[in-house]
Design a protein around this ligand. Structure first.
Ligand code: HEC
Length: 112
């Protein structure tokens, strides 16, 4: 059974449209980015903090990260646990968001 050829074409157009619009957005922000270059550096951590705040307090507080018998013992384990918790609660994150939250938790609590 052959799949219709239309779909990939639509997808390609869609991707092209996104590329074009993000390029023009990037240009709009050029000036601001230059001025706020310091903010740019901390951006992933700030993003991680916000994403964490919005999605990660449904089942536990920050206490699980600091309790005596916490079970996350390495950066890999932290990354896996964040993925597990995210997948278990339908959090709509891209890999970049997950990475940002891992960075944030590591910087604030785990320090591997
Ligand atoms: C559906 C409920 C639920 C949600 C929502 C949730 N978690 Fe969890 N999380 C758990 C449970 C259950 C544990 C294990 C707690 C225990 O063993 O006492 C846990 C443990 C953890 C741990 C390990 C703590 C340790 O012992 O070192 C991390 C890290 C963690 N969660 C991160 C997150 C992050 C990041 C989010 C946001 C995406 C999140 N969790 C959202 C249920 C959840």
């Amino acid at each position: 059974m052959k799949k219709p050829i239309k779909q990939p074409l639509h997808f390609l157009l869609f991707v092209t449209a996104i590329c074009i619009s993000s390029v023009s957005c990037a240009n709009d922000n050029d000036e601001k980015a230059a001025v706020n270059s310091e903010d740019e550096i901390i951006a992933p951590l700030t993003h991680g903090e916000e994403a964490h705040e919005n999605h990660c307090y449904k089942c536990h507080t920050d206490d699980v990260y600091t309790r005596e018998n916490r079970f996350v013992k390495s950066i890999d384990a932290l990354s896996q646990q964040v993925v597990r918790c995210k997948d278990g609660s339908n959090v709509p994150w891209f890999d970049e968001d997950t990475d940002a939250v891992v960075q944030f938790l590591n910087k604030k609590y785990y320090r591997f």
